[in-house]
Design a protein around this ligand. Structure first.
Ligand SMILES: [Zn+2]
Length: 411
């Protein structure tokens, strides 16, 4: 069920070097219904490839184990809905005659990002491996195939629908174990003059903001522009343009196509910035690992002080990302009494490994906490807004990241 890699996931170089070990951890999305349950733990560690600079997990957990019943639903975040609408507007300006073709999205989740296209009369098709989520998308009017995407599924889609002028792959390339089969599928399903839109959490932002909470078993690869370009080029896909995504606390949106040489100035400036910051160097990631252990000490010291003074705190956002932070710091119900989450699918569950109960924001805030630990800190503005406006919350908020943990007073 878990395998250790012996070569780089992108370039197959066999000489990869371990840079960070986060110990044994449960699967981040494996929320439990019984707090007495002892779930499986799997090693969680990162290596770097000296050849293509890819930062990658050493372990691959069987994908069926990870994704078959995914509980995270995209549209529960209002930030995601705003992003979907902006991305739609941007994509339609880049493609000629899109109404004659269709928009294909792989790992389309509940169809949030296809929805603006469908609402404006464009033909859409989603592919997602999670049964409950694909059903939800179909019920919401977004046609969605429930499969793991790869070269074979791409061929089936093409024989039925032809090649798509727009192929979207948001927040999925970091998850894929069979990477080359996946990018072959992307290339095969894309029209010759079409554009591929790839979004992923940028390793440079992970490094600069110390986003080690984004390291969990589902995220196999942590791409820089250098490493993702190497991957796409191997399947005959060439980067045209780059934008920053407004969500996930720092993601990149790449536009790629099959024709080489249409590169914007933005792409070159990202390459230059990667060289200037040393993001593809080993020493940078060695210092990242050191900062991760220092951060854990700081966070525990801060939490211990607050709990001593004002009692246990309430968490906000039982995201997959929070799992690494909680398990690595061994932060459990001694510190956090309950976690609020807007996704009703997560209520009446307990966090993986640390077994903190998850409930609705209404119920959690009824406890009148003096302090809220914003676990989904990448949505901090949205969450603090909800705390103030809906719950008239006055007190402290802990923002664990980016970089040093800090406390903000909400009045
Ligand atoms: Zn490599």
């Amino acid at each position: 069920m878990v395998e250790r890699i012996n070569s780089c996931r992108v370039c197959q170089n066999r000489d990869i070097k371990e840079i960070l070990n986060l110990g044994e951890q449960p699967l981040a999305n494996s929320l439990v219904t019984d707090p007495g349950e002892r779930e499986m733990l799997y090693p969680l560690s990162l290596s770097r490839c000296p050849e293509c600079s890819l930062i990658q997990l050493n372990q691959t957990v069987e994908p069926g184990e990870l994704f078959s019943s995914y509980v995270w639903v995209t549209s529960t975040s209002s930030t995601a809905r705003v992003h979907a609408s902006r991305l739609y507007k941007d994509i339609v300006t880049r493609v000629q005659n899109l109404k004659a073709s269709y928009v294909l999205e792989v790992a389309s989740n509940d169809g949030t990002f296809l929805k603006p296209f469908a609402e404006n009369g464009y033909k859409v098709l989603g592919v997602d491996p999670a049964k409950n989520i694909a059903e939800m998308a179909n019920a919401g009017g977004i046609p969605t195939i429930c499969r793991f995407f790869g070269a074979k599924v791409a061929d089936e889609i093409v024989s039925e629908n032809g090649r798509a002028k727009v192929v979207m792959a948001r927040n999925v390339i970091p998850h894929v174990a069979n990477l080359h089969d996946f990018t072959e599928g992307l290339a095969n399903s894309l029209a010759e003059d079409g554009i591929l839109v790839v979004e992923f959490h940028y390793a440079k932002v992970i490094y600069e903001g110390l986003h080690y909470d984004s390291i969990y078993h589902e995220h196999l690869c942590y791409y820089t522009l250098k490493s993702v370009e190497k991957l796409l080029n191997q399947s005959g896909l060439y980067i045209i343009d780059i934008q920053e995504s407004p969500i996930s606390g720092g993601s990149l949106i790449l536009y790629a196509g099959k024709i080489r040489g249409n590169t914007s100035a933005a792409v070159q400036s990202y390459h230059d910035a990667e060289i200037a910051t040393g993001i593809n160097e080993l020493s940078s990631w060695e210092s990242f690992a050191k900062r991760v252990f220092e951060h854990r000490e700081q966070l525990l010291e801060m939490l211990t002080g607050i709990v001593k003074k004002s009692g246990r705190v309430v968490g906000y956002g039982a995201s997959a990302r929070s799992s690494t932070l909680l398990n690595f710091g061994n932060i459990d119900t001694r510190y956090i009494s309950i976690i609020a989450d807007q996704n009703p699918l997560k209520h009446h569950h307990y966090t993986a490994g640390t077994h903190i109960p998850i409930t609705s924001p209404d119920e959690a805030l009824r406890q009148r906490p003096a302090c809220v630990f914003v676990l989904a800190w990448n949505f901090a503005d949205e969450i603090i807004g909800i705390l103030k406006q809906r719950y008239n919350f006055k007190g402290q908020c802990i923002l664990p990241l980016p970089n040093n943990p800090r406390v903000v007073n909400v009045a």
